[in-house]
Design a protein around this ligand. Structure first.
Ligand SMILES: [Zn+2]
Length: 256
């Protein structure tokens, strides 16, 4: 699997003032829809179970982006047992095998260095695999690895019947989508931040959060493999604070 396990600087420690800062930001936010999207899902494990536990105990929905090539029947049974059959979850597709095919520029599995036909084939086989293993639990949403794809991929996704994609905020301007394919972008990155110091990491995270909430729609991206005790504690804190702020409505891709 091509997954980094580095811990971002901010998760080395939660500063004392963070809960109050979070309160201030949530208090100041307008009515907003909030969703969580977890990437690189497929393998059960300690962090996966921990993530599910935090969401379940807070009755908070989670959109899970599953890498088709990494999933098999036994893994799915384990995930399903750990998660339970619940409306809280939105299981959907995360690329095909999470492989970078770009030799220049930013990484991408569905970038401009492969033909449309090859990319479409990967999309279709990924979806077929997930549908055959997950059955009705699979939902036709697509989160691309590295949060980006090219215009051909957008067209192929539309042709293959996907209803929405989830990339980074700002991608829509770079690669517009065909009509009818919704853009459910994330605008807050929790676990793959790369600011050089904890202070800069916290400042950047809170700036992102504030800006996202100001738009009335906040999508938080999770990478459970890169979460540690502090990261899980913050997730739990965030959800408990959210529960006290009724103007913040938890949703999944289905509600957007
Ligand atoms: Zn990923």
């Amino acid at each position: 699997m091509i997954v980094k396990h580095d811990i971002s600087q901010l998760w080395l420690h939660i500063p004392e003032e963070i809960p109050q800062k979070l309160d201030r930001i949530l208090d100041a936010a307008p009515e907003s829809k909030v969703f969580f999207r977890a990437d690189d899902v497929a393998a059960p494990g300690k962090n996966m179970s921990r993530m599910l536990e935090v969401f379940r105990t807070n009755s908070m929905p989670l959109c899970m982006a599953v890498v088709p090539a990494w999933l098999h029947e036994m893994r799915w049974q384990e995930l399903r047992t750990a998660a339970g059959n619940s409306n809280l979850w939105c299981w959907h597709q995360h690329g095909w095998r999470h492989q970078n095919h770009q030799t220049r520029g930013k990484k991408g599995e569905f970038g401009d260095e492969r033909t449309s036909a090859v990319k479409k084939k990967d999309l279709a086989r990924g979806r077929e695999k997930l549908e055959s293993i997950m059955g009705d639990a699979f939902e036709p949403f697509f989160t691309p690895p590295w949060n980006r794809f090219d215009a051909d991929t957008g067209k192929a996704l539309k042709q293959l019947g996907y209803t929405a994609v989830s990339r980074s905020a700002g991608e829509l301007k770079k690669v517009p989508l065909p009509e009818g394919l919704a853009d459910l972008f994330i605008n807050v990155d929790l676990h793959t931040r790369n600011e050089p110091t904890p202070k800069e990491g916290w400042d950047a995270l809170f700036n992102e959060l504030e800006a996202a909430l100001a738009t009335g729609r906040c999508g938080l991206m999770l990478h459970h493999q890169r979460a540690n005790d502090a990261a899980f504690a913050f997730l739990d804190l965030f959800m408990k604070k959210m529960a006290g702020h009724k103007h913040l409505q938890p949703v999944t891709f289905r509600d957007l």
